[in-house]
Design a binder for this molecule. Sequence first.
Ligand code: VGL
Ligand code: ZN
Length: 242
Amino acid sequence: MNQTYSPKETDAILVTDIQIDFLPGGALPVKDGDKIIPVLNQYINQFAKAKAQIIASRDWHPTNHISFQAQGGPWPPHCVRGTEGAKFSPKLKLPEQTVVISKATDPKLEAYSVFDGTNLSDELHKRGVRRIFIGGLATDYCIVNTVLDALKLNFETIVLMDATLGINVHPGDVDRAIETMLKNGAKQATTTDFPLPEDALPTETAKPDQLEQKPTLRSATKKKARMRSRGVNKQVRTERKG
Ligand code: VGL
Ligand code: ZN
């Protein structure tokens, strides 16, 4: 049987690096990277309804970052802080309360993990987070390194398998990254391991007594509106007639 995860307040969803440069057409595109955005949006919506913490990371390099080819690194320039390519995709729907974490900001240091050189751990502890669900880009860099750090810090760590994609510079990199995460204690989940979106509504709105009250409230509002538009006397006459 599938384990069902119900998001709660002590959970966090960490959405990694959904930035223009990592998407098709960008400076360092992940193939089909845009396809996971609607899936992420659906998870984000579900986690927001459950009042879980929403965290979004971004690769946020200075122009002379060590990971760029001009500095002897492996990558073309990408996600240079303040540029168009470093922006989150406009298709990603991040709620207002999202905590944004910028990473790999030191020119001299590569940092794939969102924990590396950031205040992510403090943010999570401050909010009482125990479980981290992670999705985004790229499985074989940011995600595997972040997941291994999360496990070391004793967070229960779940990879959202239908909302992550990798680069695969060497064929098999993504498969190896997944194997490494699982071997170190990460769990994996997909959309089907979560309650259907309509079941995930806050419990108050689903209480039968409140649903029964709804028609009453609605007719009371209508009555008031009629009284306002027609005047009290007319309203009284209408009611006598009825
Ligand atoms: C990443 C490649 C280059 C990542 C960052 O965070 O996944 N990958 N820079
Ligand atoms: Zn980078």
